[in-house]
Design a protein around this ligand. Structure first.
Ligand code: CMP
Length: 139
């Protein structure tokens, strides 16, 4: 089925001017950008977005990284969008990511890993609603 997922092009990628390169890989994987905006997340926004990781040892580092520079938040649409996006992103740690994936191609480390993507349809809906109003999404 055609579904939607939520994506973030992270600060390590925007800083290196890779917004277009990453978006091209998403599009070539069959995903359509139906909403997109460049934002500089506030600390509150980042802490709320990553609340499920609050107890993890890397939480503080993760939040500081995500607010260090602008990011691009996007809604992606396509056939099985969550799985399709996870395939093209590759493993969280770029050292484990398959050839041809975004993280293998561009990521610097497990933290500075260039992209975020939702891990389920349920979380995709929550994450999309966290950053976008309905009328900002144009399918
Ligand atoms: P993301 O999909 O955005 O969701 C949680 C993020 O935590 C994950 O991508 C990683 O970038 C980050 N992360 C996971 N493990 C570590 C770690 N050991 N150190 C720093 N960041 C991490």
């Amino acid at each position: 089925a055609v579904t939607r997922t939520f994506s973030i092009i992270k600060p390590d990628a925007t800083r290196r001017n890779l917004t277009g390169a990453v978006t091209k890989m998403l599009e070539e994987a069959g995903l359509r950008v139906v909403a997109s905006k460049r934002i500089h997340m506030t600390k509150d926004q980042a802490e709320g977005f990553y609340a499920v990781h609050k107890e993890r040892p890397f939480f503080g580092e993760l939040v500081e990284f995500m607010i260090s520079e602008p990011v691009v938040v996007q809604v992606l649409e396509g056939e099985d969008a969550v799985a399709r996006n996870r395939d093209i992103m590759g493993a969280t740690n770029p050292a484990d990511a398959a050839e041809g994936t975004i993280r293998k191609t561009h990521a610097l480390s497990i933290g500075e890993n260039s992209v975020h993507g939702s891990d389920s349809d349920e979380n995709a809906a929550i994450e999309i609603a966290y950053f976008f109003k309905d009328e900002e999404i144009v399918g």
